[in-house]
Design a protein around this ligand. Structure first.
Ligand SMILES: Cc1ncc(COP(=O)(O)O)c(C=O)c1O
Length: 467
């Protein structure tokens, strides 16, 4: 171990970046940038409302709410106070055969918000753990109810569902999986709802495309054998690939197919819950009730880690009897501080009308971003709520996309840094086709929409000139 003097951060302290480079193993990060290139680790030291500041004193609009997390915005003293108060009263107790007031209150509250009979709340610390829990529950539920061979999971191309090996199996992004193979067997993939890149014959009919995509799920169930398939995992609006909303009728048809083959429908709402799409759960907004919801991120607006799997009463039923036990859990699941913060965050949502604000402003956000359609590099603007993607293309008319090499140069070589340098923290992503994603705190308004559009316009114009 090498030691460094323990200095606290001061604005302008260059050593923080250096110390990060030397000791902090950043997630999903290509560290060579800091060793072989001239990269400087960005160090964020403070947040207030929709803005964050780095250690050099530069201000950025947080166009990604951290990581689709900070719904209520930064610097909310009441959420910090809720954490401190709970830590003083009862900092920790597990929910392993015991309960504590905040876990009970939060479970009841989430059950109240969740659609249909999704009444049973199993706490985790994040989205990947919630996804993992849901797959395990699906398998055990069928074992307990006389269908022990049902174990496979169907999910969609390019979808990200987390990093535990089960969740990674459900994930549809090959480069994120290959280094860790073999993964949990039984992860089957079907097409997602990318309407912009729909098969030619469906490009002008969103409803027909949605039904086509839903039928691919039926086809996969039949191909694998319904007696082997336990669940279908979908995000109501898929993040990876760039904010694919469900075409009209799609979720309804998927629900019917799942019912027909006795397959559980799991809505992975790790991103879409807690106001991102204008409702506590996006599935409520879309009017379809899944069997399980997985959620995390926005539940606490990021002031503490917290996740949950919310299951229907039907799935809990076998666990009310005999020695049946869901032998699964996490030390930090239902953490009192996380639960207290989540409750305070949900109070804030209600008091400030956060859901209403998103619903009232999503149209304005869309219209502002759609102004970018006049740029030659912008192929598509899509999304819902406060969750938007701008797909970049080489040729607008043919929708031709970039080669791998060009995408690498465009996104990593230019856009990510140029956007950040211009004052916008957001995501330039090429897990599917190249997209820029914006998903800011849910408190932003027209002034922020304009700022986002202005920075995107400037940087995308420069990117086009460089191509
Ligand atoms: C849809 C979805 N599922 C699961 C996860 C994994 O969540 P976590 O990083 O909290 O484990 C994510 C993370 O972004 C996600 O977007």
């Amino acid at each position: 171990m090498t030691t460094t003097t323990n200095t606290f951060s001061e604005p302008g302290d260059d050593r923080l970046a250096e110390r990060a480079r030397d000791h902090l193993w950043m997630h999903f990060t290509r560290h060579s940038v800091y060793y072989e290139g001239s990269g400087h680790v960005p160090v964020i030291v403070r947040g207030e409302g929709a803005y964050i500041w780095d250690d050099q004193g530069n201000r950025y609009l947080d166009g990604l709410a951290g990581l689709f997390v900070v719904q209520a915005g930064h610097g909310r003293k009441e959420l910090a106070a809720a954490a401190a108060k709970q830590a003083e009263e009862l900092a920790f107790f597990p929910v392993w055969s015991y309960a504590h007031p905040r876990a009970i209150e939060l479970a009841e509250r989430l059950a109240h918000y969740a659609p249909g009979d999704l009444n049973r709340v199993f706490f985790t610390t994040g989205g990947g753990e919630a996804v993992e829990s849901a797959w395990k529950l699906a398998k055990q539920y069928f074992k307990l109810t006389g269908k022990p061979t049902k174990h496979k999971v169907i999910s969609r191309a390019i979808a990200y569902h987390g990093t535990p090996q089960g969740a990674l199996s459900i994930t549809g992004i090959p480069p994120a999986k290959v280094p860790f193979e073999p993964l949990v067997p039984g992860g089957i993939k079907v097409p997602n709802t990318d309407f912009y890149r729909a098969p030619e014959e469906y490009r002008h009919d969103e409803k027909a495309f949605g039904l086509w995509a839903a039928e691919r799920i039926r086809e996969a169930i039949e191909f694998e054998g319904a007696d082997s398939v336990a669940a279908v995992f979908i995000e109501p609006v898929q993040n990876s690939g760039g904010c694919f909303p469900p075409p009209p009728g799609y979720l309804e048809r998927v629900r019917e197919i799942c019912d027909e083959y006795d397959v559980l429908l799991v809505a992975d709402e790790t991103i879409t819950a807690f106001g991102r799409i204008g409702d506590m759960f996006a599935m409520s907004r879309f009017g379809v009730t899944p069997d399980i919801i997985t959620c995390a991120k926005g539940m606490t607006s990021g002031y503490a880690p917290m996740g949950a799997m919310i299951a229907s009463e039907r799935l809990f039923e076998p666990f009310k009897h005999d020695t049946n036990t869901f032998l699964h859990g996490y030390t930090w699941g239902g953490h009192p501080v996380g639960a207290a913060v989540a409750l305070a965050n949900l109070d804030l949502f209600e008091r400030e009308g956060i859901l209403e604000h998103v619903r009232e402003n999503e149209g304005a956000f869309r219209r502002t971003l759609e102004r970018l359609n006049d740029l030659p590099i912008v192929g598509d603007v899509r999304g819902a709520g406060f969750f938007w993607a701008v797909e970049l293309v080489k040729d607008k008319t043919t929708r031709e996309t970039f080669t791998e090499d060009e995408a690498e140069r465009l996104l990593r070589g230019f856009l990510s840094k140029a956007l950040f340098d211009a004052g916008l923290y957001c995501r330039a992503d090429d897990r599917g086709e190249p997209v820029i994603q914006v998903s800011p705190p849910l408190i932003v308004d027209q002034q922020h929409f304009d700022e986002i559009e202005g920075i995107l316009r400037d940087v995308l114009t420069r990117a086009w000139a460089l191509l």
